[in-house]
Write a protein that binds this ligand. Structure first.
Ligand SMILES: Nc1ncnc2c1ncn2[C@@H]1O[C@H](COP(=O)(O)OP(=O)(O)O)[C@@H](O)[C@H]1O
Ligand SMILES: [Mg+2]
Length: 133
């Protein structure tokens, strides 16, 4: 079946160079990624290495300056309801928990009535007691 072989998300030799005050800032070069259905991916890297840039391109908020960003084999030309992005800071609703922040967009569009995350909610006592740094 074609659906099984086409990755949900594919980045092919993707690069992104920002232009800021006439200066070129290369954020990403030669990025390749294939995400298949059911996969759970973590992007790990030093601050400034281009993680957020890559995610913004997958979400369709930024266009690549080189290479191809594809979803189901189709070029990503902008944001769409098939992709959601939970922002690191000011885009979150502080009164909602992680599950409800993630579910907010799809719920408002009546795509789903509830969100099922593959993680267990920790009891409050566990969440509030962290080991000293
Ligand atoms: N909108 C932007 N304009 C100019 N430079 C940017 C912009 N966004 C990110 N950068 C630069 O691109 C590089 C990668 O940033 P970013 O993708 O935010 O990295 P990370 O998320 O891994 O910390 C950094 O040097 C950052 O300063
Ligand atoms: Mg970041």
């Amino acid at each position: 079946m074609a659906e099984a072989t086409i990755p949900i998300l594919e980045m092919k030799n993707v690069g992104k160079t920002y232009s800021q005050n006439g200066r070129a800032i290369e954020a990403l070069r030669g990025a390749n990624l294939r995400v298949k259905k059911g996969e759970f991916i973590c992007l790990i890297g030093a601050s400034g290495c281009g993680k957020s840039t890559l995610l913004r391109m997958a979400a369709g908020f930024e266009a690549a300056t080189q290479g191809d960003n594809l979803m189901w084999g189709v070029p990503i030309s902008g944001p769409g309801p098939s992709r959601g992005m939970v922002f690191q800071d000011y885009g979150l609703f502080p009164w909602l928990n992680v599950r409800d922040n993630i579910g907010f967009g799809p719920k408002s569009r009546s795509i789903i009535s509830s969100i099922s995350l593959g993680c267990k909610t920790l009891p409050t006592s566990t969440r509030t007691s962290f080991p000293a740094a």
